[in-house]
Write a protein that binds this ligand. Structure first.
Ligand code: ZN
Length: 219
């Protein structure tokens, strides 16, 4: 069960004490969609994944925890601009700011996660749905950087390859998604992974850039 409570928290960066929403149990949740987005409460609680300091603008899953890199990033002008970018809703700015902090820490896998979370917020918001493509492109960029460091967003290389195929398909880059999918299909993967890749192959052929659930691959 997931509970939400409000707790008093001291900001790691500036020491400001404020009320923060805290999700009691944030289960990672089984991936529901081909892009690893989970369903249920995990899906709908995305707006509460990051806590925000109203004084200095620091954002983090737990605002009482941080690093020197977090402190210097928050003090940076580019961070402040992102935190207050009026083009985006607060949740997107929060994820992009968290991504900047993670990148400053050398965690490109976490920065890639922040970018895909921003895309998911766009997917859910009719007013910002057209920006989802931009954030999926940024996710792919961060994943490239992550790979060079041996970091994997989904936890392993196979998962990241599957995610890359889906990201390319979702942004309509079918000419790039097709060879990557074919390359993965030539590998010695288990039945489940192959079934997902064969489903992706069909979607790419159909030039289908919409959201699809993993279970559809097994229908
Ligand atoms: Zn603060």
């Amino acid at each position: 069960m997931t509970t939400v409570s409000f707790v008093s928290k001291k900001c790691y960066v500036c020491g400001h004490v404020g009320r923060q929403a805290e999700i009691g149990v944030r289960e990672a949740g089984e991936p529901q969609d081909l892009d690893y987005r989970a369903g249920g409460v995990n899906r709908s609680s995305i707006y509460m994944w990051l806590q925000r300091c109203l004084s200095c603008g620091y954002v983090a899953p737990d605002i009482a925890v941080g690093s020197e890199a977090a402190r210097s990033t928050v003090a940076d002008e580019s961070y402040r601009r992102q935190r207050n970018d009026t083009r985006y809703p607060d949740t997107i700015n929060a994820f992009l700011c968290w991504g900047m902090i993670q990148e400053a820490c050398g965690r490109f896998d976490e920065a890639a996660k922040a970018a895909i979370y921003a895309a998911w917020v766009c997917d859910d918001d009719a007013d910002h749905r057209d920006k989802a493509k931009y954030f999926r492109e940024r996710t792919l960029e961060k994943m490239d950087a992550a790979q060079k460091k041996g970091q994997f967003l989904t936890g392993d290389q196979i998962g990241d390859r599957l995610l890359m195929v889906d990201l390319l398909r979702r942004i309509g880059a079918f000419a790039k998604a097709a060879p990557l999918c074919a390359e993965e299909l030539r590998k010695d993967y288990d039945e489940k992974t192959r079934t997902i890749l064969l489903f992706q192959e069909k979607l790419i052929e159909d030039k289908d850039g919409r959201r699809h659930a993993i279970e559809e691959a097994f229908d």
